[in-house]
Design a binder for this molecule. Structure first.
Ligand code: FE2
Length: 231
């Protein structure tokens, strides 16, 4: 398995490239538009055939590179069926599988940060988007966010995975690359196992965060799979 974790400095977004080392079939998770040249160069250099561009959710802080990468590679874009997005090639639901070479990722619906967040799980890794971050979690105050749903998603869908499962989030603002289910169950200050739903809801409602700087541009563009021009 080829596995690369890539970083966008401006939005602190991690993009992941996973590929079968023998067949070269590959998937990308959460590409960032401004990093398109980096991503497509790497895919070409490694001789990969990109099958899918997977989104963990409709991002509010950056524009996805999905549409451009699709045009360049012929890969299919995939988002949650519940997202209401009309430009994707495949619509994913809980339990669906993404196959590439001899590898597979299972789709896990983890709503809460937004109503259509997905995580992708396979071979000891889970890509959690903004559901679980390292020692944190995504905010729940826009895009039909719900702290109750997020709490239930994390506790029942992510923390029920084997404890050694490595957590690869959509962002980290402190430069930490990954965590594990065991670590987050213990050390996540919002979601560790000693915290109940009511305390979590209190933590989330007290955050009072400013809206992401790019939300007015990013969300409409991401509903078009990353096309910046509405036409
Ligand atoms: Fe997000």
């Amino acid at each position: 398995m080829i596995f690369r974790q890539l970083f966008d400095l401006e939005s602190s977004t991690y993009t992941y490239l996973l590929a079968d080392a023998i067949t070269g079939e590959a998937v990308v998770i959460d590409p960032v538009l401004e990093q398109n040249q980096r991503d497509s160069r790497l895919i070409k250099e490694l001789g990969l055939k990109l099958l899918y561009i997977l989104e963990t959710h409709i991002h509010a802080d950056h524009i996805t590179g999905a549409d451009l990468l699709r045009a360049e590679t012929g890969a299919k874009t995939a988002v949650a069926k519940t997202s209401g997005v009309e430009c994707a090639d495949r619509y994913l639901e809980d339990g669906d599988e993404i196959l590439f070479g001899s590898h597979r990722l299972r789709v896990i619906a983890t709503p809460g940060h937004t109503n259509s967040c997905l995580s992708y799980y396979g071979e000891g890794r889970v890509f959690t988007g903004d559901a679980v971050l390292i020692r944190g979690c995504g905010r729940t105050d826009f895009q039909e966010g719900s702290s109750e749903k997020l709490f239930n998603s994390v506790r029942s869908k992510i923390f029920s995975l084997p404890e050694e499962t490595l957590i690869f989030p959509a962002h980290d603002y402190k430069g930490v690359l990954h965590s594990s289910v065991r670590e987050e169950k213990k050390f996540n200050p919002r979601l560790n196992e000693s915290i109940g739903l009511d305390v979590f809801k209190g933590i989330m409602s007290a955050l009072k965060l400013d809206p992401p700087k790019k939300i007015q541009v990013a969300v409409p563009a991401n509903r078009r799979c990353g096309k910046t021009n509405p036409a």
